[in-house]
Design a protein around this ligand. Structure first.
Ligand code: PLP
Length: 375
């Protein structure tokens, strides 16, 4: 559910506003941190971090982004259907999707020998030649990736066929945002450098090398190689306060007050009666809940939303489709707008109240929330 509008329309329901100007600002900021010749890959997995991967990718493609990445093949198909023509890397391809991947010109990140041999087989069956693949090496995240030791075997396998061709080598860093882990990050970068050293000669071509994510761009620009991969920064979050000040949250989650209640002292609010008022209070009920991605961990007074610029706590248990807030000291009416998080109340701060990170909060927003593209 996507529609477009200008910025002045009144909020009438729960919506996720997606500001393409903010996206452009963040892209330009991140670009300014790397050399002009370094390629920029936009990570648009998980619906572009919970926003709208088609609208975001088309806009970024117009701005000149060189590459896109998604986690799974179906996400790449979704981009092709929207008209994305730039190369798309699939970070976690699965065997069952190899044909779909090739049919849509998606480039797999090959992370194991068995994935490589199976992919070569599929490419041969489909009769393609020099199909571009990226080789992903594990340098310490210990999640997905080939080990450096496997390089000779891998290159032998690749150099004796012509269905696929290696175009890039990548790795992923575990802790680029963490200043206590610079030693480990530098070790990962050293391992990556060692893998890259003879790779062009081994594969007989000039390979793209890429290893940095958003916080890598900020904290390890010396390791930008030929391309960087940014996700969270594009959406307006920099994982550190000094970077956040330069970025603008792209998505703002807004809703309205569905109903107000005057609650006498001693009455409870919500399921299992987890909130009881000591004095008479005014509550407002909002039409979104844990089914929309605002989980129960945000209840019980720990987390605040904004009503006319004033903070109101979420009280009691978050319900599936509704939450209740305390608006006793806020002048407001039924139908008024409420900001859950976004430009005014960053997702990084909102998510912290539940001991999690902006990534989890924004990617967890349900598809039933209407997306509104502001351009
Ligand atoms: C998700 C992901 C990224 C993007 O990381 P951000 O911190 O959002 O910039 C980059 N590379 C890989 C392999 C990823 O899985």
């Amino acid at each position: 559910m996507v529609s477009k509008r200008n910025e002045t329309t009144k909020t009438r329901e729960t919506v996720l506003e997606i500001d393409l100007k903010a996206l452009q600002h963040n892209y330009e900021y991140l670009r300014s941190k790397i050399k002009p010749e370094t390629k920029f890959l936009a990570v648009v997995k998980a619906y572009a971090y919970g926003s709208d991967s088609q609208a975001i990718s088309l806009h970024l493609q117009n701005l000149g982004v060189d590459y896109f990445a998604v986690a799974y093949a179906n996400e790449g198909v979704h981009l092709r259907e929207a008209g994305v023509t730039a190369p798309i890397l699939v970070l976690h391809p699965q065997k069952v999707h190899f044909e779909i991947l090739i049919e849509h010109s998606l480039e797999p990140s090959i992370y194991s020998k068995s994935i490589l041999s199976d992919f070569i087989l599929t490419a041969q069956e489909l009769g393609v030649k020099n199909y571009p693949i990226h080789l992903k090496f594990n340098t310490g995240l210990n999640r997905l990736g080939l080990s450096a030791k496997e390089l000779p075997e891998i290159s032998e396998l690749i150099n004796k066929q012509d269905a696929v061709k290696v175009v890039a080598i990548l790795s992923h860093l575990a802790a680029t945002e963490d200043s206590d882990e610079t030693e480990f990050t530098n070790l990962q970068l050293k391992r990556f450098e060692a893998i890259c050293k003879d790779a062009d000669a081994t594969f007989n071509t000039k390979l793209l090398k890429h290893v940095l994510n958003t916080s890598g761009i900020i904290n390890y620009p010396q390791a930008q190689y030929d391309m960087v991969r940014s996700g969270i920064g594009l959406y307006g979050y920099g994982n550190q306060p000094d970077v956040d000040t330069h970025l603008i949250p792209v998505a703002t989650l807004k809703t309205i007050i569905a109903q107000k209640h005057s609650i006498p002292a001693g009455e409870s609010v919500g399921y299992n009666r987890k909130y009881t008022s000591n004095s008479e209070i005014i509550t407002a009920t909002l039409p979104l809940g844990h089914a929309d991605g605002i989980g129960r961990e945000y209840g019980h007074g720990k987390t605040f939303v904004s009503v006319h610029g004033q903070l109101a706590p979420i009280i009691g248990n978050v319900c599936m489709d509704m939450i209740m807030i305390d608006v006793t000291n806020i002048e407001c009416s039924e139908g008024d707008e409420v900001i859950i998080f976004g430009k005014e109340l960053p997702a990084s701060e909102f998510s912290q109240t539940a001991n999690t990170i902006s990534y989890e909060l924004i990617t967890g927003l349900s598809q039933r929330i209407k997306r509104l593209i502001l351009d």
